[in-house]
Design a protein around this ligand. Structure first.
Ligand SMILES: Nc1ncnc2c1ncn2[C@@H]1O[C@H](COP(=O)(O)OP(=O)(O)OP(=O)(O)O)[C@@H](O)[C@H]1O
Length: 700
């Protein structure tokens, strides 16, 4: 039986210590696991008599919870005074419904109770007036917390409780306060349970409760496992999954495609990585690579690859997983089928071809309009003749076209596509269609399990290819994405592409990356619209929250660009002075021009930078466009140039008079970009502009 366990919080404390203190803790842990620990001190006035203090080295102390049968759980690693405060304050208990180990801030609750009584006396209104006592009990809200819940008047009261009460109890209450039905909240509590509770839960049996709490507790005996855990203390995601993440990643089997959504930083990618690991382990003894992990950009694929390497220690298991972008997959399939490398043309060249075609056929449309008509209407519906085009629906397009106008559009499109065919060139969505057709000709299905990250940004042609690379059936597709972070505006209905997630759609709600202050600032920038979901309906961010608090984001205004960039350089120096490494800082702008100017200013200021897309590991600041921020995260983020004409980027917005519907969608995509860039910050967000501020800054 393990003698020692570690909580998520203790690992976080450990991650912040210097190397030599970490080394003495490693030695103490090694001794502990073989029963050779030194003296454990009782803590006078502790709210929980099972709590002990242990001196690791110098002024560093561990706070431990003794289960009573030889098992100790390391709850925190702190300086002496902090450790004593923690030890006096905290009380452990076992939740009678879920059976998990819980910790509460007993002294904080005493103060809060007194304050809440005063507030509640002034009014009869209650936030949870509609929820019955039995219902609270069935959600695992214990009598001590229920007594407080009955006094809560506002959502702010509930938020203030967050740091004092057990996390899962808070989450159930927040779900109810955010409009989640009791039935749904109850289903979530049940889904989170690690094991079905046969016999009544024994509140005194701490060891069993620890075992039932893998989201917060790891019990390890093996010295190698300890070494491995302590070698990457920052990457807590490898060990501690939220119950919602765990139940999604480690479900035995799904009958078909699964969709996991959730706001930024809710651990969708982490869940996908664990699922990939779980599935790859199941293919023991099978040669080849049955599992495909895919996404839309090369830099995201690179990041997924290195995260998988961190998670999976067994090379054989790792070798069963291939990581590739969907486009690279298409390229490979077509190359194999045609016996030569396909020539791909980029967006800019395509646009200039449409511009030439518009002139040649006298079509009174902009090149962009024609290009979008081809990419968003004609290609996705696989329209190959004029009569088909004349009779087709044009979903997502707001400007109606007369028959005569459709003739002109078709003439321009035909001209461009004929040119591509003559030159043997392809655009990437065409290549994906072609690859899917090649597979449909009878090539064996390549993969058994396909996992897709950033699913919201895939084009319909990507989906056709993905549908073709894996046979329909159990565990075929595991999709994660967030419709609020759509930065390419590819709206698809998965069901119409043969990917039905009905009944297998799930949502994650806790942001592990960002502070609540950053979320509160960034979320209104989305404009309050419901996002179009991936499975036909709409999506909202109800219940989305962060358990961490930090500084409020700063928005700074300047008279001109030089001043804005000089202030940026100062800001970076001041973050450095606070001890933030350059590589932990990201600077983004919507405009390439501004980011180039920022790089010049940084260089002049003696601050080393590299491109966001670069995978060098040097200690240099990361700089790039808002698009490049997808999939990244930094301790501190500066989003610069958030000014009128740039955010939203005028050139990227279809004029209202050309197509009001597309105008609206373009604007929403720009909102998403600001939202994505801002939510890459873990701790600190800095926004700046010169001249007139972006209209988005007025929201929220
Ligand atoms: N269970 C967890 N424990 C600790 N950290 C976690 C956990 N889950 C996620 N994280 C951390 O939170 C951050 C965001 O996780 P992840 O990238 O998986 O979120 P996401 O939902 O895919 O984000 P986005 O949609 O913004 O790309 C990462 O630093 C990750 O390591």
């Amino acid at each position: 039986m393990p003698r020692l366990g570690l909580t998520r919080e203790a690992l976080q404390h450990y991650s912040k210590l210097d190397k030599s203190t970490q080394k003495s803790i490693n030695d103490a842990i090694a001794a502990f696991t073989i029963g050779g620990h030194g003296r454990l001190e009782m803590v006078p006035r502790a709210r929980d008599p099972r709590i002990r203090l242990f001196r690791f080295s110098g002024g560093t102390y561990g706070v431990l919870l003794a289960s009573g049968d030889g098992l100790h759980l390391l709850l925190a690693i702190l300086t002496h005074d902090e450790a004593v405060r923690f030890a006096v304050t905290m009380r452990a208990s076992v939740n009678l419904v879920t059976g998990v180990l819980e910790l509460r801030h007993e002294t904080g609750l005493e103060h809060f109770r007194a304050a809440l009584h005063r507030e509640a006396e002034a009014t009869d209104a209650r936030l949870f007036g509609h929820v019955g006592e039995d219902q609270l009990a069935e959600l695992g809200i214990d009598p001590e917390i229920t007594e407080l819940v009955r006094l809560i008047v506002t959502r702010d009261h509930l938020i203030a409780l967050q740091r004092l009460i057990p996390e899962l109890q808070f989450e159930a209450l927040l779900a109810l306060a955010s409009g989640t039905s009791y039935a749904q909240a109850h289903a979530e509590v049940k889904a989170y349970q690690v094991e079905q509770m046969g016999a009544p839960v024994d509140p005194a049996d701490l060891a069993t409760a620890m075992r039932r709490s893998p989201s917060d507790v790891v019990l390890v005996d093996d010295a190698d496992d300890w070494r491995e855990i302590l070698a990457h203390p920052i990457d807590a995601w490898r060990i501690f999954l939220h119950p919602a993440q765990r139940s999604l990643a480690y479900r035995d089997r799904y009958t078909g495609p699964v969709l996991v959504t959730g706001g930024p930083g809710t651990g969708k990618t982490v869940t996908l990585l664990h699922r990939a690991h779980y599935l790859a382990k199941r293919w023991a003894g099978r040669s080849g690579t049955p599992v495909l992990v895919t996404t839309f950009s090369r830099s995201l694929a690179r990041a997924l690859r290195s995260q998988l390497r961190l998670l999976i220690r067994d090379d054989e298991v790792l070798d069963r997983i291939r990581v590739s972008t969907v486009d690279a997959l298409a390229y490979e399939i077509v190359k194999r089928a045609h016996g030569r490398e396909p020539a791909i043309i980029d967006d800019r060249t395509l646009l200039s071809r449409f511009s030439d075609a518009a002139k040649a056929v006298h079509a009174p449309f902009t090149a962009r309009f024609l290009q979008e008509e081809w990419l968003r209407v004609i290609l996705p519906q696989r329209i190959s003749s004029l009569p088909q085009y004349l009779g087709c629906d044009r979903p997502g397009r707001g400007r109606s076209l007369s028959r005569g106008q459709r003739h002109l559009v078709w003439a321009a499109v035909e001209r461009v596509t004929a040119g591509l065919t003559t030159r043997g060139e392809w655009v990437l969505p065409q290549l994906c269609e072609l690859a899917a057709e090649e597979l449909a000709k009878g090539e064996a299905f390549a993969y058994r399990n396909v996992l897709v990250d950033e699913a919201q940004d895939l084009h319909p042609a990507h989906w056709r290819l993905l549908r073709a690379v894996v046979a329909s059936g159990p565990d075929d597709l595991f999709l994660v994405g967030d419709p609020h972070q759509r930065i390419y505006d590819h709206r698809v209905s998965l069901a119409s592409l043969g990917v039905s997630v009905r009944g297998r759609s799930h949502k994650l709600k806790i942001s592990y990356r960002t502070t609540q202050q950053i979320l509160t600032w960034a979320t209104p920038k989305l404009g309050g619209h419901l996002a179009a979901g991936l499975d036909g309906g709409s999506d909202d961010l109800a219940g989305f929250h962060s358990p961490t608090n930090g500084r409020r984001p700063v928005v700074r205004a300047f008279a001109d660009q030089d001043q804005e960039l000089a202030a940026l350089v100062d800001q970076i120096r001041s973050w450095q002075a606070e001890g933030v490494e350059l590589a932990a800082i990201g600077v983004a702008s919507r405009s390439n021009e501004l980011i180039r100017a920022a790089r010049r200013a940084l260089h002049t200021g003696g601050i080393e930078w590299v491109d966001l897309e670069s995978d060098v590991s040097s200690d240099a600041l990361r700089t790039g466009t808002m698009h490049g921020m997808k999939g990244r995260e930094f301790r501190c983020v500066a989003v610069i140039g958030v000014r009128a004409g740039v955010v939203p980027m005028r050139a990227a917005i279809t004029p209202q008079e050309e197509d009001p519907k597309v105008h609206e969608r373009d604007t929403q995509r720009e909102r998403c970009l600001l939202f994505v860039a801002s939510t890459r910050a873990r701790d600190v967000l800095y926004i700046s502009y010169h001249g007139t501020p972006s209209s988005f800054l007025e929201e929220g």
